[in-house]
Write a protein that binds this ligand. Structure first.
Ligand code: NSS
Length: 433
């Protein structure tokens, strides 16, 4: 007998198979039982009649939600069933029975989000959450496939770091062995700049940390970032790489995660139009668009969620905003030679109000200018000595960016908040479970 997953059921129509999973729900109707099983790949309805299968019927009757089971039975097509197939149960083995006195806490009804977040270790079992995590995995797979295909080599950046990359206000300080201080990385950028000088085209993909005091639907304190970096590359190269990467990720999810997008009831027409090239506007043009739409933004302001939403609502795919005033950007940004008050940086804003999914641009490659910028940003020179070495020994123009995985997946899934798209979200007031 074949042990199969629910996802594979369509290839076993008419055959007797075994499923391993959990009891998701059970409806009892006299001498007939209608269980719903889940196994992580999907859910499947079953039927069990007392007359034909007295033993399986006895094992199943009264069985508690989320009890683990091994089910044997015949697969048959059933249009009305979720997934299009059901199983006629002939044998049911209970692996662990959830006690009636301590039932599974998450019932098949609406619960408050704090209740669910406290039980995140169980909440991820629900079909909607499982679908989101499968889409996340596909996004990661597709992103790496794209980067590898473009000739970029994965070089992992460290998590303990001696210095800040994205401003000192959101640094997590940790006690490192023997009273030395270290920080959790905010971005692997400084390190991929080094590996780019060693290997040419590189990327890192890992967790990054920001002690964000912002309690918004777009902020986590621990999130994943994919960061490409290339030697002899400029702003234009990175805008092109970014739109290629995002298009590939979205199109791969559309192709390979059809059922999951259905589970989420995602409007896939909105994703289908996400194809490179993306519209590009300068910061100056962005300010004009904002003012025309009645937003109070003035020249020199950084954009928040409201501004990003107005800008992205003008387009059916992500929009790239480039050349921000250097004064509102990080210390490492290369100035525009035509207008040195502007930085050769860009952000990519997702449609439908999901905000900034990419930030990046060209880096300062001149030693003296970089030293000056460190001073202007009140950053100590000493922990950056290794970074300055990259400008002492064979410095070249180079560029890169960071793609926020959770922002990207939240947009693709259409979730209200990014906390749902990472298995165990870390936020300003939450580190449990
Ligand atoms: O601060 S970024 O805009 N840019 C950097 O960290 C650069 N050092 C990356 C680089 O050039 N290699 O962050 C990049 C992206 C941003 O566009 C968001 O999509 C995401 O990282 N991001 C976040 N996601 C979730 N939560 C928080 N708090 C967060 N902060 C940034």
């Amino acid at each position: 007998m074949s042990v199969i997953t629910i996802e594979q059921a369509g290839s076993y129509d008419g055959q007797e198979v075994t499923l391993q999973g959990w009891l998701y729900n059970l409806r009892e109707s006299g001498k007939l039982l209608f269980p719903i099983f889940r196994d992580g790949t999907g859910i499947m309805q079953g039927v069990c009649a007392q007359k034909e299968q007295p033993e399986a019927f006895a094992a199943l009757r009264g069985l508690t939600q989320e009890s683990s089971v091994i089910v044997t039975g015949k697969i048959r097509a059933e249009k009305r069933a979720p997934g299009g197939y059901e199983i006629g149960v002939t044998k049911l083995e209970v692996v662990q029975r959830v006690s009636e006195s301590d039932p599974y806490p998450i019932q098949l009804k609406e619960h408050g989000v704090d209740f669910l977040l406290d039980r995140r270790h169980l909440w991820i079992r629900t079909p909607r959450q499982a679908a989101i995590l499968r889409i996340r995995a596909e996004a990661v797979r597709a992103a790496r496939q794209f980067m590898d295909g473009q000739g970029y080599t994965l070089t992992d950046a460290p998590i303990f770091t001696p210095a800040a990359c994205e401003g000192t206000t959101s640094l997590f300080e940790v006690q490192y062995i023997d009273e030395e201080k270290a920080y959790l990385t905010q971005s692997g950028q400084l390190y991929v700049e080094a590996t780019a000088m060693a290997l040419g085209k590189v990327y890192t993909f890992g967790p990054t940390f920001r002690a964000e005091k912002s309690k918004t639907r777009r902020h986590l304190t621990e999130f994943w970032m994919l960061e490409p970096e290339a030697a002899f590359a400029d702003l234009g190269d990175m805008m092109e790489l970014g739109e290629g990467l995002v298009s590939h990720v979205v199109q791969s999810v559309l192709k390979n995660r059809v059922r999951e997008l259905e589970t989420l009831k995602r409007d896939t027409a909105k994703l289908a139009s996400v194809q490179a090239p993306f519209p590009r506007i300068s910061y100056d043009e962005a300010i004009e668009i904002l003012q025309k739409s009645g937003n109070p933004a003035k020249y020199g302001d950084d954009f928040g969620g409201d501004e990003e939403t107005i800008l992205s609502s003008q387009y059916d795919r992500p929009v790239i905003v480039h050349r921000y005033p250097a004064a509102i950007k990080a210390f490492y940004m290369q100035p525009d030679p035509l207008r040195p008050d502007l930085a050769l940086g860009f952000d990519m804003l997702a449609p439908e109000g999901y905000g900034e999914i990419i930030g990046g641009g060209q880096r300062i490659h001149d030693y003296d200018l970089l030293v000056r910028r460190l001073k202007e940003h009140n950053l100590p020179e000493e922990p950056f000595q290794w970074y300055l070495d990259l400008r002492r020994y064979g410095s070249v123009p180079h560029a890169g960016f960071g793609l926020g995985l959770e922002r990207t997946v939240a947009w693709i899934c259409g979730t209200e908040h990014i906390r749902e798209v990472i298995p165990f979200p870390r936020m300003i007031y939450r580190v449990y479970p």
